[in-house]
Write a protein of this length. Sequence first.
Length: 1074
Amino acid sequence: MKHTRPIFDEEPAIKITRCGNSSICSQRNGKIMPASETNQNNSNQTGGNANGPNSADHSVDTNLYSRQIYALGESAMTHLRKASVLISGIGSVGLEIAKNVILGGVRHVTLHDQKLLTFGDLSACFYADESMVGENRAKISFTKLAELNDTVTCTLHTEALNEEFVKQFDLVIVTDSPWEEQIKINNWMRKHGKLFISADARGLFSYAFVDLGEKFAVHDVDGETYNEVLLEHVNCETGEIFTLDKAYHGLEDGDHIVFEDFEIAELNKLTPTPVKTTAKGHIVNVGKALSSFSSVIDGPISRGRARKVKMPKFIEFKSLAEALKSPEFMIWDFAKFDGSEHLHRLWQALYKFEKKHKRSPKPRSKKDAELFKAELEGTGTAEIPEQLLLNFSYQATGNLQPVASVIGGFVAQEAFKAVTHHTTPLKQFLYTDSCEALPGDYSSFDAGKLTEKDCEPRQTRYDGQAAVFGWAFQAALSKQNWFIVGAGAIGCELFKNMAMMGLAAGNGGLLKVTDPDTIEVSNLNRQFLFRRPDVGKKKSEVAARSMKQFNPAVNVQALSDIVSEATESVFNDDFFNQLNGVCNALDNVEARRYVDRRCVYYQLPLLESGTMGAKGNTQVVFPHLTESYGSTSDPPESETPVCTLKNFPYQIQHTIQWARSKFADHFTSVAETANQYLDDVNGFLGRLQQMTVSQKIELLRALNKALIDDCPSSAEDCVKWARDLFDSLYRNEIMQLLHNFPPDQVTSQGQKFWSGTKRCPHPLNFDVDNPEHLEFVYSAAFLRAQLYNIEPISDPIKVAHLARAIISPEFKPREGIKIAVTDAEAAANDEAGPEGDDSEKLLDTLNMNLARLKIDNIRRLTPIDFEKDDDTNHHIDFITAASNLRAENYTIEKADRMKTKQIAGKIIPALATTTSVVAGLVCIELYKTIEVEGQRSKAPIERFKNAFLNLATPFIAFSEPGKAPKKKYRDIEFTLWDRLEVNGPKTLGQFIEWIETQTGLTVSMMSSGVSLLYAFFQPPSKVAERKTRDVIQVVEEVSRNKVPPFRRSLVFEAITQNDKDEDVEIPYVKYNFR
């Protein structure tokens, strides 16, 4: 039966209402109801909303789901809020899937299991402990899972599944179940036009299978947002269209585009048109699509753009029974290209073994491995490498949290695709193999030497992990000391994984976590250690507490300091020298680079990771093997020219960026400047003298306005100021621009001035009955009042009444005003300064006005720092209104509040699923760093894996980390990990002599930080005197700072020369003095 669920854009638009001053944000209670109040067939649920999965309330809490909405889109989010999903099997993989699906906001989730918890489960069941062994796995985790998201209805089912029960769900996900059971459920779901996914994991192996029916519609294959391209020329006869300034169009053959913003309305109404690309990246061909317009448009155009649109794609899936016979694979690791075929056979053999023997093969049992090998008969013909077969058999009882995290996150994303039709689903099998994590013969924990006794169960929570790595390895894990920087989304997942691994759970082990941030509502959707009652608390402290709940044996220390040069007294030599490694869970590049430099200096492994929506990456930085995080960098982002923002916007991003800068100008910078003046008049005026005349005039004018001319004494004054600001920004400035450059202006080359990226604007006249106009005045007046510590007017009706009474003076354009068309012109105008002889007179007037102020009677202003996630503060209200009004000036398509918030707040889309996968991959790499106490892993570089993934397409690729680049002085090779190291005390002369002896080179200059201690060009007397003094004394004298007591060493850079007077680069020098 065909799957007939409609494509999501055909259903009603999302129901989103914003939280704020005069509006309501609807949110479900998520209350857990007792079993007696539920009424689903054949169910013994112990919780859930009484309305059940067919509840009509599909509203979305945009604060809670904002980052996910930016990743999936509003329509997809609506479909998640309508969907009902059954997850059967709440072992390690099922638990991870359930966690992510519930966090994602699927409307109704039913948890099913009939299996009882074992000690083997505990290594990857984070809501269970030893006291619960023998209890139903779903019951154990149910309450904690239901608490993850109070907008999701969770129910419990512990009876056997039947067709009547499963057919009510949109999607069934089956885990930890043999093929026979899966095939039966899969057939039921296909019969009723419903969806099916299955998954399992054993040791370092896992798989996922997806069946979404005979004809599944994908509306958006990749989830990418495409910018429109501006056009400058159209040839209707040939079908060729040319982009403005030969910009690259980014289109591929078969892509569809629509035309927008053309002066001919009919052209803008054309249905999506397929394109063919040409050899030139700025030309595409649309065939005869435009031939009917050749009489009215042909050749150069003044305005018009093309935008790529997504077209539905239909995918045919096989049933599980068919797919087992004729499988289609997604490649996990291209270094193991044939691995999928091998693993397809091995998983079939495993389920056959377990059906026959009523158990799994025992860890490291050669006898069981032979029995297992016999079950391969009839599963295929691909020849399986002997070591892979042994590894699979040996790990059949293995249960690893990082592997569950990876496959659980992947499958949860597939579940989102299934119920939303958003992005491309898996087709149809994914088999994973991470056996590189097994230690080799270079390690004290060589997996090849493990015996049955080394891995036998001991009735502890680590049985599932010891089955793979052995108990000696587990003991080493427990003694580790690691530092996790950041307790956000990735950090939360890392803590969960590490707790289950038993990292730092023994004597001498310690996990340290730091994060200066507090918990916000928008964090809850993907930072699963936090709940609504935790909002406002320190992330690191709540995360550490949650980690102890997962595994009370873990030793964890919570800090709230930012890791930077300013806190090196906290994160000092003693701190880093105790560590075995560092995990970055940061959200900005600069912080990553700093931690990276610290790890290189202290010779520590660094596990780096990041996500953006459905995309993620991991990087391994390992001492003396790999390059560092800072060894490479992304190209800088292109910046929008200032003149484009100021006078010639043509995209909504420009108007939003402009509005954001107006927020800073009017509510942040002006207050900071005024306070600087009020706090220290003489110091302020002294700094003023260092500025150009233009800068002085601009600053003093702003001060005069803030403290004299426009200084409000009441909330009513703030409304008047906001009303005047509307006229200034949206009427007067536009009219002045049109006065300088009339609509019919032509350039010296005879071309229209207002063409290409220059859109001819039109002024706006204030209309109190226009909600957008009133929103601007209301929010601007509100913020202005806060700036001056005045109680704002909170009643929009009163603000409207006041604004209506204000009469706008007639605008008269000023002559002689220069408006720069390019940034070069603007710079030249600034450099030239104001025209005329009145500059000094104006400065005197402005200074005299300020001098008359009685400073002691003026209250300091309160600068308003932009905060995007508080819907009651009117920050986003102001920026949205300000941006959209400017967009209206320039006839640019407006943006809603959500899009404005994302761009203005520079919000990175985020998904709990991607975070789960990335954190799992990081912890798999962490296994590879483990050695006995006091030793560093000697693993070869090919054992480590950097990962790149896009769950939307889906795509995963691994690569060997880049090798540390080698340099050479004389015949000695070195990398960024190498250094010269010497113990003090020494005089500067002795220190220089030591370097020259070690390198055979001549030191010509030496510095520490920015302090130049020695140079060949310095006066001989100064050099001679310094060489007799202690190195630290010289550093303190030159830097004019005492060396902090927490520092045990300093870094020195020396420029050296060979006997040919050529500069030679050598490693830095670490000078130990305490």
